[in-house]
Design a binder for this molecule. Structure first.
Ligand code: PNW
Length: 493
């Protein structure tokens, strides 16, 4: 009889939950919120800060920014940092992901001259966070390269890797007694493509099919140098961890055909795998499919060698394994079909990838032309990473939804609830995801979209010189999730 009751209860549980084991976020799971320096700080030329590539780009080419705006004032967070930390605190998150402005700390980009006001600013933020039991999680490079380093060729010049390491050492030395989670770079794919392929981002250099690949090699070496420097000189005494944040779309094959499946895998490897493989795979190096394809296309375009630089055996070894965690930024999904595989005579990254990308007209749109709401793609991606890369420790470092700034932002709430549902499902699938960081605390300077797209849980009035903040409905939604450690209406395991 006793056994029958147990079987009956188990059966009812099974019907209600399917194969879903948990409805609540596990006790180790943490929620956070993120921002980046250029997007919020303002004070672009104050207290000794040097010029960076976004200062130069927005000043020199106002028409390259949707609303001709700049980050000169942005959210005025350079002044309002204390208020912002109060907003972070109010959400109930356990950590805050923000970035350090390289040129606020080292005005010329070089480590021989440190700006005391910059040191003070980040010390204040870190100390106030810790006083409030919020852990600082710090990104070293969120797109705002010091202009003098760009004048040397930026991330296409290998020497920049050394200057990045020097900058990282200054940062570890100054703040590493209190900061225990470091992210070297935010989104290599965005950095290398937006900067050097299409030139949509500062400094606006369009060198299709060439610049982005040079950038990726320098960036990987810079990351590895910063990682090894931490390992050698700081890990023992500071006891922190160092990772990198890689962003990716999820790509889903449009059909069941073999050729579309191959195209989809190539697209994933040339987006996510590009910098993931060299660091996180057992063998290291750029993905084979990527090397083969670019070599083939380059040769057919009459280049003497592949446009993708080679990583030497010692470079491969130096880069491989330089992570303690994977930072993952994810927003959206595309369907993939095989594209035109006959190379065009004009080199470009898209031509190298050789796929057709599509969206489903039924997918819910957002205010950003690139972002469609496809929550199931998040679960597929997390599981693909689990299988392909030996289930690494994943911190989701960004996930967010853009609108026009509505205070009653129901679409944002829906987006986050659905994406968090899929994240919980992926934990049930066995994925080692331990953190979720929502993008973003406040509305802010959305790069070449200026202030036309808003990702914040807090509204900022950019027409008012004191930049007042107001909580949106999504702020109380997120607070509730954090407080209950579960999702409203979590059903579809
Ligand atoms: C990220 N995509 O960029 C950046 O890290 C943030 O600074 C930015 O504000 C945020 O996402 C929202 O855009 C991305 O096309 C830009 O998939 C584009 C894509 C992904 C991330």
């Amino acid at each position: 009889m006793y056994l029958k009751i147990i079987i009956f209860i188990a059966f009812i549980k099974f019907i209600r939950n399917g194969d879903c084991q948990i409805h609540e976020f596990p006790s180790y799971f943490e929620f956070g919120i993120s921002t980046s320096a250029y997007q919020i700080e303002g004070a672009w030329n104050e207290d000794g800060k040097g010029e960076n590539i976004w200062d130069r780009f927005t000043h020199e080419y106002p028409n390259r920014i949707a609303d001709r705006s700049t980050g000169d004032i942005a959210c005025d967070s350079y002044r309002q940092w204390e208020n912002d930390i109060n907003l972070v605190k109010d959400l109930g998150v356990t950590y805050y992901r923000f970035s350090i402005s390289w040129s606020r700390l080292l005005p010329t980009g070089f480590s021989n001259k440190i700006n005391p006001a910059g040191v003070r600013y980040y010390n204040n933020i870190i100390d106030k966070l810790l006083q409030n039991d919020i852990e600082p999680m710090v990104t070293l490079y969120h797109w705002d390269l010091p202009q003098p380093l760009q004048d040397l060729g930026g991330l296409t010049n290998p020497v920049i890797a050394k200057y990045f390491r020097d900058y990282a050492i200054v940062v570890y030395t100054l703040f590493g007694d209190r900061v225990k989670k470091w992210i070297t770079f935010n989104e290599p794919w965005s950095i290398c493509l937006s900067t050097y392929e299409n030139g949509n981002h500062a400094p606006g250099i369009a060198m299709p099919g060439i610049g982005c690949y040079l950038c990726s090699k320098v960036l990987l070496l810079a990351h590895a140098k910063a990682y090894h420097a931490y390992d050698k000189r700081f890990r023992k005494t500071q006891n922190g961890i160092v990772g990198i944040t890689i962003s990716t779309f999820w790509y889903e094959s449009k059909t069941l055909s073999e050729k579309d499946a191959v195209a989809t895998e190539r697209a994933l490897q040339m987006n996510f795998g590009w910098c993931m493989n060299p660091i996180f795979s057992n063998k290291g190096d750029f993905p084979k499919v990527m090397k083969d394809r670019i070599e083939f296309v380059s040769k057919s375009q009459n280049f003497s060698e592949s446009r993708l630089p080679t990583l030497t055996p010692s470079e491969i070894k130096y880069i491989q394994g330089t992570y303690d965690f994977l930072g993952l930024n994810h927003y959206t999904t595309r369907f993939i079909e095989e594209g035109n595989l006959t190379p065009s005579q004009v080199p470009s990254f898209d031509d190298d990838v050789g796929v057709k990308m599509e969206v489903d007209p039924k997918w819910e749109k957002s205010a950003a032309h690139w972002l469609f709401v496809v929550p199931w793609g998040f679960r597929r991606l997390l599981n693909w990473i689990r299988v392909k890369y030996n289930n690494p420790l994943v911190f989701v470092t960004e996930n967010g939804y853009p609108d026009k700034g509505e205070l009653n932002d129901e679409a944002r709430i829906r987006y986050h609830n659905q994406y968090l549902t899929e994240l919980l499902n992926s934990i049930n699938d066995g994925c080692n995801v331990q953190r979720y960081t929502l993008w973003s605390l406040t509305d802010n300077m959305e790069w070449s979209s200026g202030y036309t797209l808003k990702f914040g849980l807090y509204y900022v009035d950019f027409n008012n010189s004191s930049r007042p903040r107001l909580p949106k409905s999504s702020a109380s939604y997120y607070k509730g999730v954090i407080n209950n450690r579960s999702l409203p209406n979590f059903t579809n395991c």
